[in-house]
Design a protein around this ligand. Sequence first.
Ligand code: UDP
Length: 245
Amino acid sequence: MPAGQPRYRRILLKVSGEVLMGDKQFGIDLETLDAVAADIGEVLRDGIELCLVIGGGNIFRGLSMAGKGMERASADYMGMLATVMNALALQSALEKIGVDTRVQSAIPMQAVCEPYIRRRALRHLEKGRVVIFAAGLGAPYFTTDTPAALRAAEMGCDALFKGTSVDGVYTADPKKEPGAQRYEQMSYLEVLAQDLKVMDASAISLMRDNGIPIVVFSIREPGNLRRVLHGAGVFTTICEDRQAA
Ligand code: UDP
């Protein structure tokens, strides 16, 4: 286990809905959910503050339904509701291990969770609570990448952690091309220019404008979040060249 101080004090962790499926084809795999919650619990013990944006692709993705003929905006609202379901599932898993958690939704639904209120979210973080931001931006025609970047900036986070099933950014899809090389570090502009599909371009631009590094790592390996936070393990950092480690 890595010793010493974590590299960042406050982070936003973006977990794609697909991660929560585990090895299933749809929905939430409870073992995977508990493993993600355990990883979060572990880094909180290091004293860092953490907020989350969770995707909904394991349940519903607007764009793919729109591709089959559903009206795009309605399909996207359904996708946003899927993120609320995932947020409630993760809240439940975190509370089971004693982590104080609040869900805030960009689409107000008072009977279920808090509405998004920036100052209140900041207060929760200061009190050591995990804040899960649900329902994306509350607007269609986006994925959860852009709300992840936006909330990272609004919450004054030192880094945006993108937890996926791949352990960084590669020259090509490592599942298809065995010779693909992983980048240790890239600049925002390199990612945009090469159209690498790490995150939506709007999210990368927002992080570039605000000088917030993006750390891409695999959240499917238990304990990895803490390792990466301490600069150990395998990951790719996207930042300005001048921030080079
Ligand atoms: N979505 C949206 N606006 C937002 C965030 C999400 O319309 O601000 C919808 C969109 O349909 C998206 C779905 O919610 O496909 C689920 O989010 P995402 O695709 O980002 O999930 P992930 O790929 O991270 O599992």
